[in-house]
Ligand binder design. Structure first.
Ligand SMILES: Cc1cc2nc3c(=O)[nH]c(=O)nc-3n(C[C@H](O)[C@H](O)[C@H](O)COP(=O)(O)OP(=O)(O)OC[C@H]3O[C@@H](n4cnc5c(N)ncnc54)[C@H](O)[C@@H]3O)c2cc1C
Length: 303
């Protein structure tokens, strides 16, 4: 049985959108195919008449830094993100999270847009975009609109993006400046396919003295149906001394406030609560050191 009947390679966003309109709900966008093709093969996806390949659209595969603003095409692969010098230095959590996705074959084709559009709360690159407070651009035949990334997630696997009519085109976010830094940590259980037990991306800003937290964003997943921010912990960090005691208290607070479920494929709820504390402590400690020293060496990127 054929899994799809037609395969079209779009060269512009407009062309991709026109193909989607022509198939009136029976076509799907394909980028790296690392989620979609498995879903189709395993019967977890409604029948698809046509696949619209977006990997040849130049604006979707471009990475541009405009001063402190990074504009990242949705079709950029995980490998390209990991190798990009400005992302490594100034959006380090994104390089670190994309660097642990699957193996090299997956990272060479899997795109950041596919990771976000699939809308899973454990998606690694997605968690970093949430910590970076990114915005996402959605294109339809009616025009383009920017959305806060968190507004894209409606539930596990459910996105604001209408897959029959819309395309995720770009992300934009600020690169870390003076006294700002990010970090990503993850614990996973390899079971043939990678299955994260918990991922944690953090962004911090210190005050001018470098002694106190001025702002923080903490993204964790999966701890609920969508990628989560620990908003109360973020607020509690502001104004506190940037030291081990504050980080330990923040980790404890997150353990009290986030409620991951027991999952037979991932781990028990109790273990995952422990890991919230462990990963948050590690990620905050690393981000703090980076923000203070300005020295950044990405960690944990897979071979
Ligand atoms: C062996 C293996 C290991 C993996 N390990 C990890 C892991 O450790 N961490 C992790 O987070 N993920 C992991 N994944 C999942 C997957 O690789 C990522 O989610 C990847 O980023 C998906 O991107 P893609 O380009 O392959 O998306 P596709 O499979 O091409 O598309 C996924 C979905 O997004 C839609 N879509 C894609 N691009 C767009 C767009 N621009 N606009 C609108 N809709 C779009 C598609 O229609 C489809 O519904 C793994 C997958 C495999 C096969």
């Amino acid at each position: 049985m054929k899994l799809w009947n037609h395969y079209h390679i779009a060269h512009t966003v407009g062309e991709a959108l026109r193909w989607l309109a022509e198939y009136d709900g029976r076509a799907r966008i394909v980028a790296g195919g690392t989620d979609l093709l498995l879903d189709i093969q395993q019967g977890n996806h409604p029948p698809v008449e046509a696949l619209i390949d977006i990997t040849q659209i130049p604006e979707l595969v471009s990475v541009e830094a405009d001063g402190d603003l990074m504009i990242l095409g949705a079709g950029v692969t995980h490998t390209a993100i990991v190798e990009h010098s400005a992302i490594r230095a100034r959006a380090t959590c994104l390089a670190e999270s994309c660097g642990v996705v699957g193996g090299p074959q997956v990272r060479n084709v899997a795109t950041i847009g596919g990771n976000v559009a699939h809308a899973l709360p454990a998606a690694d690159g997605t968690l970093s975009l949430v910590a970076l407070d990114a915005e996402a651009e959605i294109a339809s035949l009616d025009g383009r609109t920017w959305h806060h990334i968190r507004d894209l997630f409606l539930g596990p696997g459910q996105s604001l993006i209408d897959p029959s009519k819309q395309l995720l085109t770009r992300f934009r976010f600020n690169l870390a400046g003076r006294h700002e830094a990010t970090a990503f940590k993850r614990i996973m259980r390899p079971q043939g396919v990678a299955l994260p037990i918990l991922g944690c991306a953090v962004w911090v800003r210190l005050d001018d003295s470098g002694e106190r937290f001025a702002a923080a964003r903490l993204a964790l997943g999966p701890v609920g149906p969508t990628p989560a921010r620990a908003a109360e912990v973020e607020a509690a960090l502001v104004g506190q001394a940037a030291n081990t005691e504050t980080i330990t208290n923040a980790a404890k607070m997150a353990q009290d406030q986030l409620h991951p479920r027991t999952s037979k494929y991932r781990a028990t709820a109790e273990y995952r609560v422990e890991m919230i504390g462990t990963l948050l402590r590690r990620a905050l400690t690393l981000a703090l050191s980076r923000a203070r020293t300005g020295e950044v060496v990405p960690e944990g990127i897979g071979a």
